[in-house]
Design a protein around this ligand. Structure first.
Ligand SMILES: Nc1ncnc2c1ncn2[C@@H]1O[C@H](COP(=O)(O)OP(=O)(O)OP(=O)(O)O)[C@@H](O)[C@H]1O
Length: 273
């Protein structure tokens, strides 16, 4: 069966720095992944390779049936949706557009409305707006939305082009608990849109039920990659984050606590028992 993403022995070097090394990773059909790792662990670099924005220094990469080095990569990008807080930096372009204009413009995978929009496009945008429970915002301009509403609108927009992979890069960063839960509820909807989710976060409590698999990254190397229940463990997360942590599960959702038996100084861990 064709893999959604396949990486074999991938490395990525810049200025003699080994940013990624020995990366072997596969996403199969119907899997939804989360990527966790400290700042600077290589998450963005890994995603830049998946989207074809950066070529690996060594190794083989195939994404959605396109083998890097042998396929035309710009076509691939049309099949990958990407939502990150970086998009909000373009907000002056979006500011005076209405919620429905922003969602429908996702058809062109560009910011703003530049091409002709058909009746069918509007219908599709309206369906997305309804299923993402954004209808109460119809007619409202982007700059008037709360941070959480902006994220949800951008996620709805990203599905207009029917991507086969959707990357959400820290979609809940900076949100309060209520807005975070609203965004997390959307992951259920996204799973119905026939696309494969890659969800980047620093917080394991965002690994909701729909996330089936997890990749842990530390210093550019994979600590573990596989089914969520096998990867989200005390030992593997402690290794990934470099601080002693414990996981507990509530309603199939993991939560993290820092363990008291180990204290931290600037020189590293010390026993406190
Ligand atoms: N093009 C590049 N040239 C030089 N160094 C780079 C380049 N891209 C990334 N790096 C370095 O590689 C390391 C990994 O960066 P990356 O942005 O992939 O980490 P990250 O896990 O996404 O971090 P964060 O959680 O802070 O976003 C960092 O030390 C970064 O400075």
């Amino acid at each position: 069966m064709e893999k959604v993403v396949s990486m074999k022995d991938v490395s990525f070097r810049r200025n003699k720095q080994e940013i990624l090394s020995g990366v072997n990773w596969e996403i199969n059909k119907d899997e939804h992944w989360a990527i966790l790792g400290l700042n600077g662990s290589g998450k963005t670099s890994l995603l830049n390779i998946v989207t074809g924005y950066q070529m690996p220094t060594t190794g083989d990469v195939t994404v959605l049936g396109r083998q890097f080095g042998k396929s035309y990569i710009p076509d691939l990008r049309k099949e990958i949706g990407f939502v990150s807080s970086a998009l909000e930096r373009f907000s002056e372009v979006l500011d005076y557009e209405t919620v429905e204009e922003i969602v429908v413009s996702g058809k062109f995978a560009s910011i703003g409305l530049y091409e002709e929009v058909t009746e069918e496009d509007w219908e599709k945008a309206n369906t997305l707006i309804k299923s993402f429970r954004l209808d109460y915002l119809i007619g409202k301009r982007y700059h008037l939305l709360s941070q959480g509403e902006k994220r949800r609108v951008l996620i709805a927009r990203s599905l207009m082009s029917e991507p086969k992979i959707l990357i959400l890069d820290e979609p809940c960063s900076g949100l309060d608990i209520l807005s975070r839960e609203d965004v997390l509820l959307l992951t259920k909807e996204i799973a119905n849109y026939n696309c494969h989710l890659i969800y980047v976060t620093h917080h394991i409590e965002e690994l909701v039920e729909e996330i089936s698999h997890v990749l842990l990254l530390r210093d550019g190397k994979i600590v573990a990659a596989g089914p969520k229940s096998e990867v989200v463990t005390d030992e593997l997360l402690t290794e990934t984050f470099g601080i002693s942590v414990g996981v507990h599960w509530e309603d199939n959702r993991p939560w993290l606590s820092v363990r008291k038996d180990i204290g931290w100084t600037k020189f590293g861990p010390v026993e406190t028992k």
